[in-house]
Design a protein around this ligand. Structure first.
Ligand SMILES: NC(=O)C1=CN([C@@H]2O[C@H](COP(=O)(O)OP(=O)(O)OC[C@H]3O[C@@H](n4cnc5c(N)ncnc54)[C@H](OP(=O)(O)O)[C@@H]3O)[C@@H](O)[C@H]2O)C=CC1
Ligand SMILES: O=C(O)CCC(=O)C(=O)O
Length: 449
């Protein structure tokens, strides 16, 4: 028989969500770290606060039929999980990737509740997507898919209800196609309904770079706290998408260098660093053009490509997993630690397995968790919503300054929350606790919903 409230809720979750491995892993990791807070608040159990927090307010699953270029009708599945709206409209990205199923969308939506709260901005947590794979599809096929997806999603979202954005496989092109369809159906220019839009129709400066820029601002704070600096540091990075691109640019600007990028096919090792405009622009081309591949980077710049491998064998000071979930397991954590990595910053969502996280903690490697390190993306999304409501476009400098301030506050709040509960400099527990406290207070204040 489980001994305490947290254990009982974990047991309940395991029974009710048997096929949702990723959601269970993340929810358990978070709930265990909240134990000291829950022990201080016996009223939470009576109010079933943790049961409510781990049960989405609404799960929407729908059919997405679309016609391919051969005239064949294809059918994908669409999702939107509106997880928690206690502190603001549901907010979180849409992922288009063949691995998408309910367990992935729920884990991402659950993390998003705490991440969005940690930004200090008034946004609730949600996430969505589809098992559609945009890779290898023509623009016309992506357009037809996005139109069909939005033809159902539109009735569940709105600027004050739920505001989706991009994630893996959803960038500026897809957001544009979906906004066009939303506008056609609604017959109104409600551009606050989506973020990550182009600048010509209500986008914000710095949104594309925000997750990577924010992660580097956060990293700078952590290193400063340790009496260290980013100057001269070597970064081992995974991914070559939206997040990875922003990290490469800001790392260079802050005096460090990224020496690897990776994708599903393998990784590229560039010992001189991805530091020139030419190399950074090449990354943009790989993302934007179906014809250019990761391996082409290696050929163009005369460096090595390692097919089917991850970059975690490389030596460096900082690891920056920025591709996808569970990309550093326990063996890879051992390898990274052996190779001298002192810090891990999670650009991606949940890229480090719970065992690997534990290994880093025990071996003195500092880990900046996803809900803190990559919160810059959603933070600038909220700044985009604010600009849309006031019908203004802020300057790049204003958005960047606000992003930096938000990331510094996230670090401070996480550090202080960990200290308050006697946990030392535990940025993982600190971020979970700081994010949770605001949502818990709001839920209690709003009664039993
Ligand atoms: N975009 C944003 O604002 C935010 C994103 N995140 C998270 O950051 C991560 C990356 O997102 P983003 O950069 O936007 O996505 P992109 O689609 O722009 O890039 C994703 C990258 O991850 C790689 N990738 C995808 N699946 C796998 C896999 N199974 N194995 C290895 N590599 C893989 C892709 O390579 P390939 O094309 O070869 O598959 C690509 O390099 C995700 O975890 C996302 O949830 C977090 C906060 C905000
Ligand atoms: O900007 C957003 O709303 C999406 C951000 C996101 O999906 C994330 O933080 O993982």
């Amino acid at each position: 028989m489980p001994s305490d409230y947290v254990d009982r809720v974990i047991e309940r979750l395991r029974k009710k969500n048997t096929d949702e491995k990723e959601f269970l892993e993340v929810a358990e990791e978070v709930l265990k770290s909240l134990r000291p807070v829950v022990e201080k608040h016996p009223e939470y159990e009576k109010m079933a606060l943790l049961e409510r927090l781990t049960e989405p307010e609404r799960v929407i699953i729908f059919r997405v039929p679309w016609e391919d270029d051969n005239g064949q009708i294809q059918v994908n599945r669409g999702y939107r999980v509106q997880f928690n709206g206690a502190i603001g409209p549901y907010k979180g990205g849409l992922r288009f990737h063949p691995s998408v199923y309910l367990g992935i969308i729920k884990f991402l939506g659950f993390e998003q509740i705490l991440k969005n709260s940690l930004t200090g901005l008034p946004i609730g947590g949600g996430k969505g997507g589809s098992d559609f794979d945009p890779q290898g599809k023509s623009d016309a096929e992506v357009l037809r898919f996005c139109q069909s997806f939005m033809s159902e999603l539109y009735r569940h979202i709105g600027p004050d209800i739920d505001v989706p954005a991009g994630d893996i496989g959803v960038g500026g092109r897809e957001i544009g196609f979906m906004y066009g369809q939303y506008r056609r159906i609604r017959g109104a220019f409600e551009n606050g309904v989506l973020t990550g839009k182009g600048l010509t129709y209500g986008g914000s400066h710095i949104r594309s770079e925000a997750t990577g820029f924010g992660a580097m601002y956060y990293a700078a704070e952590v290193l400063k706290h340790q009496g260290d600096s980013l100057q001269g540091k070597t970064i081992v990075l995974s991914g070559y998408g939206n997040v990875a691109w922003g990290v490469c640019i800001k790392a260079r600007d802050l005096g460090s260098k990224v020496i690897s990028i990776s994708g599903r096919d393998g990784y590229v090792h560039d010992p001189e660093g991805i530091v020139t405009d030419e190399k950074i622009d090449f990354l943009l081309r790989i993302r934007g053009e179906n014809k250019v591949k990761l391996e082409d980077y290696a050929k163009t710049f005369g460096v090595k490509f390692y097919p089917k491998e991850k970059p975690w064998k490389l030596k460096g000071d900082i690891a920056f997993p920025s591709a996808t979930e569970n990309e550093i397991d326990i063996e890879e954590a051992k390898e990274l630690t052996k190779n001298g990595i002192k810090y891990v910053f999670e650009g991606a969502n949940f890229p480090t397995t719970p065992e690997a996280m534990e290994y880093f903690k025990k071996n003195g490697v500092i880990l900046g968790p996803a809900i803190a390190a990559n919160a810059g993306g959603v933070a600038v999304s909220e700044l985009e919503m604010t600009q849309n409501s006031s019908r203004l476009l802020w300057t790049k400098e204003k958005v960047d300054a606000k992003l930096k301030e938000i990331m510094i506050n996230i670090h401070t709040k996480s550090k202080e929350a960990a200290e308050k509960y006697g946990l030392g400099y535990d940025l993982v527990a600190g971020a979970n606790i700081a994010g949770f406290e605001k949502v818990a207070d709001a839920m209690i204040a709003q009664g039993s919903y």
